[in-house]
Ligand binder design. Sequence first.
Ligand code: ZN
Length: 107
Amino acid sequence: MQQYQTKEQRMKFYKSKEWRKLRQDILDRDNHECQECKRQGYVKVTDDDKHKSLDVDHIKELEDYPELSLDPDNLETKCVKCHNSKHGRYLKGYNRKPNKWEHDEKW
Ligand SMILES: [Zn+2]
């Protein structure tokens, strides 16, 4: 079983043909809408910036569940904002600074 414990292993995965193709399939499946925003009732597909910043997220993390790396049921479209809040641990220290988007939009 392929492991994704290191950044290099994950980078390699994200550059793979299999992932790139699947990622596109998931975006299409999800109509290029952030599924998290959708659950909360905030979908704006007409926003070009949001559209560009969509990402496909592993619901169960790649490093913990390598066997689900290419399982469509484990993948979901997320905007960068939701994706970052899920992975909030990577943004520690960031959160204390004012968020420049905070006052622009109601989330
Ligand atoms: Zn979102």
